[in-house]
Design a protein around this ligand. Structure first.
Ligand code: GLU
Length: 396
């Protein structure tokens, strides 16, 4: 990428040099620079005061050892991270991701994007991200608990209700937040809003579970309105089958759409009658099984191994809710040639820069993650305020 502003080209070179082997982080910074290219000439003060040099450097990166024992008594050692990227407008805020692909570059890209997403909500929250290369797939509850307790045994000294407030992300949901919160409380003796995404009985907020997926659909609806379109009667593909994907499916369906496909990291299902979200919830939330099992609920549906094929299914609206870079140039071209007119990102950075260029060339409406998936973290900020006021979420 070549920018018109020479200063951005130089700074991008420095970022790449300073953060070797971290392509996802380079990508996130480069996208931000692209959007600033037209702004900087009007704001020389940003250059003069080094705002960009500061913002591309995390305030602090914590990297630690996480030893834990499996059910057979074997010892495993994973790596834990917390990148406290920016606290200019509030305490660090952002999720924890447990996934084998996690390394510093992924943490930095997510933390960097979180700064802008959080500030865009208008709420007083800074940006951070954390996690581990731990793979929760196939682990027992006891193993997950052992891991979470060990992870928190280091993390607790770096976080706090007014310091840094982690939450969930891929591989971290209500169960993990419960184990992490319990360990934090045990180590510090403090019962406060140090984590969000908690259960309702111990300080969680109503609708935090649904917030990211629902928020994505509300945002998308507004975007569609600008072109006199809506979810009503639209054919939708939702990738993923985690928390964001499930509630995106639920809300899109409530708004009159037919969600015809969903996926997990092994493959995707195609159900031309509309994916039954109750079945997906049972598979993923209750039984923690693979999406392939959907065929036991709906034998007429199809299952295909591999993930990228999901974008070849004809749709009007694509909601990528799985992971980063899941739509590349080739997939974007197929979406465009199938008549897809809107892409709204539920995952963080699911479209490659080349894919975004294809959306532009084809006039596809595009909702970038920093705006369209901010419903989750915005509801987390509500949970923080409720916790600091010692008030409980109520259904009334
Ligand atoms: N992991 C979510 C995100 O990407 C939520 C973070 C939070 O609630 O702090 O925005």
């Amino acid at each position: 990428m070549q920018y018109k502003t020479e200063y951005l080209n130089e700074l991008m070179t420095t970022v790449v040099k300073r953060n070797p082997g971290e392509p996802e982080f380079h990508q996130a910074v480069s996208e931000m620079f692209e959007s600033l290219d037209n702004v900087l000439p009007r704001h020389p003060e940003f250059i003069k005061s080094g705002v960009l040099e500061r913002i591309v450097e995390p305030e602090r990166t914590i990297k630690f050892r996480v030893p834990w024992t499996d059910d057979k008594g074997n010892v495993h050692v994973n790596r834990g991270f917390r990148v406290q990227f920016n606290s200019a407008i509030g305490p660090y805020k952002g999720g924890l991701r447990f996934h084998p692909s996690v390394y510093e570059g992924i943490m930095k890209f997510l933390g960097f994007e979180q700064i802008f997403k959080n500030s865009l909500t208008g709420l007083p929250i800074g940006g951070a991200k954390g996690g581990s290369d731990f793979d929760p797939k196939g682990k027992s509850d006891n193993e997950i608990m052992n891991f979470c307790q060990s992870f928190m045994s280091e993390l607790y000294r770096h976080i706090g209700a007014d310091v840094d407030v982690p939450a969930g992300d891929i591989g971290v949901g209500g169960r993990e937040i419960g184990y992490l919160f319990g360990q934090y409380k045990r180590l510090t003796g403090n019962f406060n809003g140090v984590l969000t995404g908690k259960g309702l009985s111990y300080g969680g907020s109503l609708a935090r579970t649904e917030a990211t997926g629902y928020g994505l659909c509300y945002f998308t609806s507004e975007m569609l309105k600008s072109k006199n379109k809506s979810f009503d009667g639209a054919r939708v593909v939702v990738s993923g089958s985690g928390n964001v994907a499930i509630y995106a499916n639920e809300k899109a369906t409530q708004l009159g759409a037919k969600v015809v496909a969903m996926s997990d990291s092994n493959g995707y299902i195609y159900d031309p009658n509309g994916v039954d979200v109750a079945a997906v919830k049972d598979i993923k939330e209750v039984r923690r099984a693979r999406i392939k099992e959907y065929l036991n609920y709906r034998p007429d549906a199809e299952y295909h191994e591999g993930c990228s094929g999901i974008w070849a299914i004809k749709c009007d609206i694509a909601l990528p809710c799985a992971t980063q870079n899941e739509i590349d140039e080739a997939s974007a071209k197929i979406l465009a040639s199938n008549g897809c007119y809107a892409v709204a990102e539920g995952a963080n950075m699911p479209s490659t820069p080349e894919a975004i260029e294809i959306y532009r060339q084809n006039g596809i409406l595009f909702a970038p993650a920093k705006a369209s998936n901010a419903g989750g973290v915005a509801t987390s900020a509500l949970e923080m305020s409720q916790n600091s006021m010692s008030i409980r979420s109520s259904a009334a």
